[in-house]
Write a protein that binds this ligand. Structure first.
Ligand code: URA
Length: 205
């Protein structure tokens, strides 16, 4: 993952997730880093096998500094529990570490500015599996240009890591009929998680 960092990035020298979080909190990179209440670097285990990646913090996350703690977060916790994953056993983060004003969609230049933070987090955590939530995460991370229904249902390769893309829990709150395909996706994720627990095939760039 470090090969993805821009040349000379200070992130390359950061040795812990705490160091990254402290740097993110004190270092504005783009305009939304100046309007946020708290930066939301991510939360969870430093050696998690699974990393869940959302879009950007919302109001509750901006207030608390923790990812997925609002209504969508509660649903995410339930979805994970349904496949017997405790959110404290994994790492949860977002493409953007700051809340876009009025929860508008992240812009491409904002994702480009913040993605190196995620790359360094992944380099330190060394998970075996990724779950990207929603179209913005699928596009920002994997460069996929299709609709979410075209992204979901299979694993994509993210520099040697299998990455499932599924519906964002906030979208599920608005469209409960998308819960069934999401359930299929997370069951596939659980099966692959069981197969890969020892990370035998993942290669890291
Ligand atoms: N939506 C996201 O994409 N991330 C959060 O942390 C909360 C809501």
């Amino acid at each position: 993952m470090d090969a993805l960092l821009p040349a000379g990035s200070p992130l390359a020298h950061m040795a812990t997730l705490g160091e990254i979080a402290a740097w993110v909190e004190r270092t504005p990179l783009i305009d939304i880093d100046r309007t946020r209440t708290r930066a939301v670097a991510g939360h969870g285990k430093a050696d998690a096998d699974l990393v869940v990646i959302g879009e950007a913090p919302g109001l509750d996350e901006d207030r608390t500094g923790k990812p997925f703690v609002g209504r969508a977060g509660l649903l995410l916790t339930k979805i994970l529990a349904a496949i017997h994953i405790d959110r404290e056993d994994i790492f949860i983060t977002n493409i953007l570490k700051s809340r876009p004003p009025s929860n508008r969609r992240p812009e491409q230049h904002e994702m480009s500015a913040h993605l190196p933070i995620l790359y360094r987090q992944l380099a330190l955590i060394r998970p075996c599996l990724l779950l990207a939530l929603g179209k913005t995460a699928g596009t920002g991370l994997l460069g996929l240009k299709t609709s979410l229904s075209g992204m979901r249902g299979r694993f994509h390769d993210f520099h040697g890591l299998p990455c499932m893309v599924t519906y964002h829990p906030a979208a599920l709150l608005r469209h409960p009929n998308w819960k069934k395909p999401t359930w299929e996706d997370v069951q596939r994720l659980r099966n692959r998680y069981d197969e890969l627990t020892e990370c035998p095939t993942a290669t890291h760039v």
